[in-house]
Write a protein that binds this ligand. Structure first.
Ligand SMILES: [Zn+2]
Length: 219
């Protein structure tokens, strides 16, 4: 289409990657809100590299908020048709404006992160973002909700909030109708966390073993 000048092209393909949930290598961590009848649109698989990066960055300050983006794949499970995201990397934002009670992404930080993804993690997507709430608890503020809606508008993009002081964490995930409850966070699957080698330290999540805790077994 000549003559249109600079245009921002729509993303080439916005289809989830057909895949299989990596459940056999994963441990399930549940929040008090998991299993309450709500229906998060995706489940989250978080690998160790990303968890460590987020944790280290989160502990870098317990007075101001820090954050960044979560990078990985958006997938659909070939067996169940359920969607999930695999968080493979966390990229700390370098040009954020930080205050004790808010964090925002500047245009520079977003351009920088897109460049890093293109060069280091080709083909992967920004599956969400994370930020800290030092001594504040796990929720999304009005501003966080605004930021999520405007910077991470895809239904499957998630928001991770970490409280580094008390060691808490949780994912905010939209419902099928697009609704996002700012008080209700979910757990995740720890990839590489099988056979007792968990590194997750968040105190507000409980390890869930299918079939051993009064749940229904599918054996
Ligand atoms: Zn916040």
């Amino acid at each position: 289409m000549p003559g249109l000048g600079i245009r921002i092209a729509p993303p080439a393909e916005m289809q989830p990657l057909a895949s299989i949930k990596p459940l056999e290598n994963a441990q399930c961590w549940r929040s008090p809100y998991d299993g309450d009848g709500s229906q998060p649109i995706v489940s989250v698989f978080l690998n160790h590299a990303a968890y460590i990066r987020v944790s280290v960055h989160s502990c870098s300050s317990d007075t101001v908020e820090v954050g960044g983006v979560l990078v990985g794949d958006w997938c659909v499970d070939e067996a169940s048709d359920e969607e999930f995201v695999v968080v493979k990397h966390a990229l700390p934002a370098r040009h954020t404006r930080q205050g004790s009670v808010y964090l925002t992404f500047t245009q520079d930080s977003l351009v920088d992160m897109h460049e890093q993804i293109e060069t280091r993690f080709e083909g992967e997507k920004i599956v969400g973002w994370y930020h800290t709430h030092p001594r504040m608890g796990i929720f999304l503020s009005h501003y966080d909700t605004w930021l999520h809606k405007n910077f991470f508008p895809e239904p499957w993009q998630v928001a991770l909030v970490v409280e580094p002081h008390a060691s808490l964490g949780g994912f905010f995930i939209r419902q099928p109708d697009g609704d996002l409850d700012p008080t209700r966070y979910y757990g995740f699957y720890e990839v590489d966390g099988a056979s007792g080698s968990s590194i997750v330290r968040w105190q507000n999540l409980e390890q869930f073993k299918d079939g051993s805790e009064g749940g229904s077994s599918h054996e």
